[in-house]
Design a protein around this ligand. Structure first.
Ligand code: HEC
Length: 182
């Protein structure tokens, strides 16, 4: 290889290296410039799915629980209760499992089922009855409704499915409590 050829090759090599380096930096600049600060769109999707939030739902007005329950289907709610049955029994006199038995839960006082060891957070509410509204909030998002609860369940986000489940829970009583007016 004579020296002029060597110089040519060296020149090309250096040139290519600079070009690659330059493109990388350029890509860096473009990438950083275009990367969104936070993936807001992901969060929007998650919120849209929950629908009818009682707090801050500008997109759609919240449908009242009474209205949702007016068209609720307790049989569908019973099917939905499968998600709860891993931890709760629903029959009269049924045993406590990971969670307390839920017979007669509507208007039962919080943390009042015999023989169940409730969290402090739940026990602190023992003067409050489990109204349909309270159950609705709790089942929607247990950790938000009762911070510190030991119920390890993420929440049932769809309003109508929750209403179905509430209709089923309401049926678990000798004298069922009527649902709230629409
Ligand atoms: C992984 C187990 C688990 C699942 C699944 C679960 N729960 Fe619970 N649940 C618990 C535990 C544990 C408690 C007691 C919470 C506490 O003391 O903080 C509880 C408490 C409750 C209470 C309050 C009872 C009382 O006597 O005050 C209700 C109502 C309830 N659960 C309903 C449901 C419903 C409805 C579902 C299904 C949508 C469900 N839970 C799913 C474990 C579970």
């Amino acid at each position: 290889m004579n020296s002029s050829k060597f110089n040519t090759i060296a020149g090309w090599t250096l040139g290519t290296a600079l070009l690659v380096f330059g493109l990388n930096s350029l890509a860096d600049v473009i990438y950083h410039a275009e990367a969104p600060e936070k993936p807001g769109y992901l969060i929007e999707v998650a919120e849209a799915e929950t629908g009818g939030e009682a707090t801050g739902g500008e997109e759609q007005p919240a449908v009242s629980l009474g209205t949702l329950m007016a068209s609720a289907d307790a049989a569908k709610g019973q099917a939905g209760f499968k998600a709860c049955a891993a931890c709760h029994t629903a029959d009269k006199g049924g045993p406590n499992k990971v969670g307390p038995n839920l017979w007669g839960i509507v208007n039962r006082m919080h943390a009042s089922h015999e023989g169940f060891n409730y969290s402090e957070a739940m026990a602190a509410k023992k003067a409050e009855p489990w109204t349909y509204e309270a159950l609705n909030e709790f089942i929607h998002n247990p950790k938000a409704a009762v911070p510190g609860t030991k119920m390890a369940y993420g929440g049932l986000k769809r309003d109508q499915e929750r209403a179905n489940l509430l209709a089923y829970l309401g049926s678990l009583a000798d004298t069922p409590v009527p649902p709230p007016a629409p």
